[in-house]
Ligand binder design. Structure first.
Ligand code: SF4
Ligand code: SF4
Ligand code: SF4
Length: 279
């Protein structure tokens, strides 16, 4: 039985006999060569489900929005599963209300090329799941980190490179909408009292938005690349994400979305911490 057939069969069983009210997976998109999230609530609709290298959206982003409906099953690649772990740690989802259908991932293709975030992925298989659909994939040797080139630049050159990137931002917030970690009922960019960040697309307002978002992602971003792929302006948001994830790993020894028992890096407190300010 193919992986897709197995997925469809399990979705039908879960919806019919196992108390699941919705299966979140992927279906073919309207444009050729694309796939889009699918929210299957009736067993007879489960045959729309697909899984292949078009399926890039991080599906965990939908869990906080649909969890109130009841037991949810979710198709989870490596990065989706890490986001599920991040959401469990932050108490945004209840493990008992979830069925995680793990899938091994060979990477997402964009216009025939492996998506940038997938070139360095070292967790293509789910880090947590209730059952695997199909086999795990072989671990890949990650490509050289694209951040290396950026880090060789001087601080002024880095600032200029980031300014050039963010000056193209039109503040559509697609990057926020697709991110599993952006679930606040009122996002800081929408708050008006106080207004944390200017709402124009001037360079300084844009940079403030991106720096604040990067800080919010510290220790939480699983580097899935959904935000970069979703950006209509083609802004390389992974530069921010990778850099912050790297610093969190170096300073706190923490990698997002791997251990459900561990507090998020910036939410943990340890009196033996080296830094003076902690005491
Ligand atoms: S980062 Fe890319 S290769 Fe890794 S699990 Fe996610 S989609 Fe697959
Ligand atoms: S910030 Fe981007 S790469 Fe990180 S978890 Fe959110 S969508 Fe994925
Ligand atoms: S998706 Fe792109 S253009 Fe839209 S707010 Fe995010 S960075 Fe800016």
């Amino acid at each position: 039985m193919s992986r897709e057939d197995q997925l469809r069969r399990r979705a039908k069983e879960l919806l019919t006999k196992e108390g699941v009210v919705m299966v979140i997976g992927y279906r073919a998109g309207k444009r050729p060569g694309t796939a889009t999230p699918a929210f299957v609530t009736r067993p007879e609709d489960a045959d729309v489900l697909v899984f292949d290298d078009r399926c890039g959206t991080n599906l965990a982003a939908y869990l906080p929005r649909v969890k109130h409906r009841g037991k949810i099953a979710i198709v989870a690649k490596g990065c989706d599963s890490r986001s599920v772990v991040a959401l469990l740690k932050e108490k945004q989802v209840d493990r008992g209300g979830l069925v995680i259908l793990g899938v091994g991932c060979d990477g997402v293709k964009e216009q025939g090329r492996l998506s940038d975030s997938c070139t360095t992925c070292i967790h293509p298989n789910p880090v947590i799941c209730d059952e695997m659909i199909g086999e795990k994939v072989a671990e890949r040797t990650p490509a050289p980190d694209p951040l290396d080139d950026f880090e060789r630049l001087s601080p002024d050159e880095r600032w200029q490179a980031l300014m050039t990137d963010v000056s193209r931002c039109i503040r559509c917030y697609a990057c926020r909408q697709v991110c599993p970690n952006c679930y606040c009922p009122t996002c800081f960019v929408d708050a008006s009292s106080p207004q944390w960040v200017g709402k124009t697309t001037a360079g300084s307002d844009n940079m403030m938005f991106h720096l604040m978002r990067a800080m919010h992602m510290a220790g939480r971003c699983v580097e899935c690349g959904s935000c970069s792929r979703g950006c209509p302006m083609g802004i390389d948001l992974m530069k921010f994400n990778r850099r912050v994830a790297k610093v969190v790993k170096e300073r706190f020894g923490a990698v997002a979305g791997l251990n459900p028992e561990e507090l998020p890096a910036l939410a943990a407190f340890d009196p033996s911490d080296k830094q003076e300010f902690i005491r």
